[in-house]
Every structure is written in structure tokens, then in C-alpha cells.
Design a protein around this ligand. Structure first.
Ligand SMILES: C[S@@+](CC[C@H](N)C(=O)[O-])C[C@H]1O[C@@H](n2cnc3c(N)ncnc32)[C@H](O)[C@@H]1O
Length: 252
């Protein structure tokens, strides 16, 4: 798989960090001593945690070296850890376990969330956001179609229904707050949509193609389908609908 590219990812840093801010706003923990950001990426979500809880002992964890290099440069005061969030367990409990836009890349959400919630101290919170693979969104369908046409296996990203996450967390939760938001991001046309996807969803597909020529053709095919599925407004911009699922559970 191609490594993550922090600069490309942060091309849309405002839009991507908006979901982290909306998630954080619902975390009902006033003054946590220990906080961790799982799948912290270049540190954009971790910066929000630092701003809300300046006195907290803060850790950012990610398994991508390039993302962590960018994160380290963003705030030397955070403990940055290179590790997999999939198998992560805590040696001491955390008051807040936070993860924005990372869980969708991990397998076995029930097992992962069992481990993440077990790391939360009584009265603390687990807060997670992930993109929804929505049946009414043409985005995922068109990426699947192009992947199939190019003979590339598309394992896609994973998001279950909210009931799934409720059932996993409820046995150990005092409260569970779940909601879905569909952002309508205003982007500068289909090329901008392609750039957005190149930084995330298309990474594993592009890396599975044999060479740059095939990657170029693949991107043109995706771009053309995006242009057809999301027509430009009168000013040339497009509305890029992006549904996301959020949940915040407090630990019993
Ligand atoms: C879309 S970025 C999210 C970055 C940031 N949290 C934000 O709110 O924008 C997803 C991050 O999850 C990380 N990631 C994916 N799988 C992971 C895993 N198994 N363990 C740790 N990090 C992982 C990627 O390296 C990437 O930095």
C-alpha cells in the first residue's frame, strides 16, 4: 500500500478536521488526565485535543511514518507513538480515547472497539468518527466500478450500521451518543474531488496498479465519473456530499 501523504491529506485539512471538532464537542469529560488520539495522522485532530485540554498528558498514535513525522513537527509536546491501532491495548487507562477518521481502515470493528473501550477509565469516554459507505452516495459505487474495470480488488473501507456500534459498546457503557452527519463540502470541481480521494480512499487502489500510466488512466476514469455524478454549480464548484457516523460512549 502507498504510504500516506500528509501534505496531500491536509489539502482539505479544514474539511477533514471539521468532523474531529464536531466529535470532540460531544465528549463529556471536563478535565481528563490522560488522552490518546488513535490514527492521529499529521496531528490535526490531536491539536484540537491539546487546545481543549492543555493540561492533559496527550499521546498521538499512528502506524504511518510519514504522518507521524508531520505530527511530531506540529507539536513536540505530544507523545507520538508509531504503532498499530488495530491491536492497541493500554498499559494504564485513559480518560479519553479519541479516534477521528481511522477506524474505517481497520478490520474486525467489534474486536477493535472492545480493546479501545477496555482502555477507558470508569467515567471516561471513547469517541469515534468514521465515513459512512452510504447506499445513496454514488461515490463508493463509482470507485468500485472503476476498480473492477481495471481488475483491482477493492476491499474499500468498513462502516457498520449504528446499531452494530451500540451493541458492541452498550454492555460497558453508561451513555452512548450516536449520530450521523452528511457534510456538503464545497469543492473546486471534479479535479478537487479527485485530489480529495487520492489522499485517502484511492490510495490502496492506486498502489495496486502496475505503473504510473495505469494510475493515470485510473484517475481519469474516476474523475470523469465524478464529473458526471456531481454536476458543477453555476460558479463551477461542486457539492461533495460526505456522510459520517459519530459515537461517544462513556465507560461504566
Ligand atoms: C484519514 S487519516 C485521519 C487523521 C486524523 N485523525 C484526522 O482527524 O484527520 C487516517 C489515519 O489512520 C491511520 N491508520 C490507518 N490504519 C491504522 C492502523 N492500523 N493503526 C494506526 N493508524 C492507522 C493512517 O495512517 C492515517 O494517518
Amino acid at each position: 500500500m502507498t504510504n500516506w501523504n500528509p501534505d496531500l491529506y491536509l489539502t482539505f485539512g479544514g474539511e477533514r478536521t471539521r468532523a474531529a471538532a464536531d466529535l470532540l464537542a460531544r465528549v463529556p469529560v471536563a478535565a481528563p488526565a490522560r488522552v490518546i488520539d488513535l490514527g492521529c495522522g499529521p496531528g490535526n485532530s490531536t491539536a484540537l485535543l491539546r487546545a481543549r485540554w492543555p493540561g492533559a498528558d496527550l499521546t498521538g498514535l499512528d502506524n504511518d511514518p510519514a504522518m507521524l513525522t508531520a505530527a511530531r513537527a506540529s507539536d513536540p509536546g505530544v507523545r507520538w507513538v508509531e504503532d498499530s491501532a488495530t491491536w492497541w491495548t493500554a498499559s494504564a487507562p485513559y480518560d479519553v480515547v479519541f479516534s477521528n477518521a481511522a477506524l474505517q481502515w481497520l478490520p474486525d470493528h467489534a474486536g477493535v472497539l472492545d480493546r479501545w473501550f477496555a482502555a477507558v477509565a470508569p467515567g471516561g469516554a471513547l469517541a469515534v468518527q468514521l465515513p459512512v459507505v452510504h447506499p445513496r452516495s454514488p461515490l463508493h459505487r463509482l470507485v468500485w466500478d472503476v476498480a473492477e474495470a481495471f481488475g483491482v480488488a477493492d476491499s474499500g473501507t468498513v462502516c457498520h450500521a449504528s446499531e452494530f456500534y451500540y451493541d458492541v459498546l452498550a454492555p460497558h457503557a453508561t451513555t452512548i451518543d450516536l449520530w450521523e452527519t452528511e457534510y456538503a463540502h464545497v469543492l473546486d470541481g471534479p479535479d478537487a474531488m479527485l485530489t480529495w480521494l487520492r489522499g485517502t480512499r484511492l490510495r490502496p487502489l492506486l498502489s495496486a496498479l502496475p505503473d504510473d500510466e495505469a494510475r493515470g488512466r485510473f484517475e481519469v476514469a474516476v474523475r470523469d465519473r465524478l464529473a458526471a455524478a456531481y454536476p458543477s454549480r453555476a460558479d463551477g464548484r461542486v457539492l461533495f456530499p460526505f456522510p459520517r457516523l459519530f459515537f461517544v460512549a462513556t465507560r461504566r
